[in-house]
Design a protein around this ligand. Structure first.
Ligand code: NAG
Ligand code: NAG
Length: 344
């Protein structure tokens, strides 16, 4: 007969094996996030890289267990002209996610009339209704002062377009978690307060809203210190608060080199602050980075003079930002608030 100590040793060895069997690397970002009580650690990707960049695929598959199509599920790519759909990019992304068992965050829907909206939701959400865990149904609806953006659908349908879109989507995909997603709501300000008010109003009408995406495009040294307080505005309403597009840009000289040690240090601290904010809120399912390697980042194209915003360098080697994310996840395990998802 086995002694109880031996038995315990064998049982814990077995338990360890089963925990580690999914991601091979026990220190990979996704496995560390899972151990810290989170559902996932994700990234945005492009199908072009899946097809053409083996290093990219290797990192994707070994480090991340949630995927967001960076652009390919957007209206102008999926439905370039009315009624004509092109799913070639998104199909590749969904196939990749299913191969590795990653969850998928769909991103995003917009429209210019009620019927066109309904057709688009039927086609896109209908196609992937059993594949996607989350979908950013409404993207960036508010101005900085908290008023509605006068976009084409607001102008046609008024503020009810948000509720209408959520209800259509829920009809088509009753198990999918439906989100609003925006930037500059990561701090308590006019915009996040207005967003919390809008959320409460929608929930009072029993609109199927399940999550508020915190985009989290930060600048090194300027990342808000009150992300936890802003998250509470939404998690107290019962909404999940995923970080959906995290990157931390800094001033760079040539080749994505940080301008100096001060900005590089601020960036590392900001990654720690950001990851810790999600770890500290039981309604935050996980963090998604907006691409993971600097050569594929949107930042240099949109913010000239800034860059180096991600976790891997031009040679696809992990940077100090990668190691600080690991550190934050390891520290988070000690204080883990286990993720409590909302009901759909
Ligand atoms: C809020 O901001 C928008 C966009 O900048 C502007 O058009 C609008 O006049 C502002 N409204 C108020 C009440 O300040
Ligand atoms: C580092 O670079 C930033 C951005 O260019 C600049 O504002 C700051 O003064 C620099 N600090 C040092 C110590 O050189």
């Amino acid at each position: 007969m086995l002694s109880s100590t031996t038995l315990l040793a064998i049982l814990s060895a077995l338990a360890l094996t089963s925990v580690q069997s999914a991601p091979a690397d026990k220190d990979s970002l996704d496995s560390l996030a899972n151990k810290a009580g989170k559902r996932y650690l994700g990234t945005a990707i492009q199908s072009y890289q899946l097809v053409n960049n083996p290093q990219y695929v290797q990192i994707l598959e070994s480090q991340f267990d949630a995927i967001t199509p960076e652009n390919e599920m957007k209206w102008e790519v999926v439905e370039p002209t009315e009624g004509n759909f092109d799913f070639s990019g998104t199909d590749k992304i969904v196939t990749e996610a299913k191969k590795t068992g990653s969850i998928i965050r769909g991103h995003n829907i917009c429209w210019d009339s009620q019927q066109v909206l309904k057709n688009h939701i039927d086609a896109v959400i209908g196609r992937y209704k059993d594949d996607l865990a989350y979908f950013d149904i409404v993207n960036e609806p508010l101005n900085e002062n908290g008023t509605y953006k006068a976009n084409v659908w607001y102008n046609v349908l008024g503020e009810s377009y948000i509720e209408t879109a959520l209800r259509y989507a829920h009809e088509v995909a009753p198990k999918m978690k439906l989100c609003i997603n925006d930037y500059n709501i990561e701090t308590v300000n006019a915009k996040s307060k207005a967003m919390a008010k809008l959320s409460a109003k929608l929930l009072a009408k029993k609109a199927p809203l399940h999550c508020m995406g915190f985009e989290s495009h930060f600048i090194g040294g300027e990342t808000p210190r009150d992300i936890p307080a802003s998250m509470r505005q939404f998690s107290d309403l019962g909404l999940e608060v995923p970080m959906t597009e995290l990157d931390v840009r800094i001033p760079v000289i040539a080749n994505d080199q940080p301008a100096n040690a001060t900005v590089a240090k601020a960036q590392v601290d900001d990654y720690y602050t950001s990851i810790s904010a999600c770890l500290g809120n039981e309604m935050c399912p996980g963090v998604s980075i907006w691409q993971f390697a600097d050569p594929t980042s949107w930042i240099p194209g949109v913010f000239p003079g800034y860059g180096a915003a991600l976790l891997y360098d031009a040679e696809y080697k992990p940077k100090s930002t990668y190691y600080v994310v690991q550190q934050a996840l390891r520290d988070g395990k000690k204080t883990a608030t286990h993720f409590k998802g909302c009901k759909v």
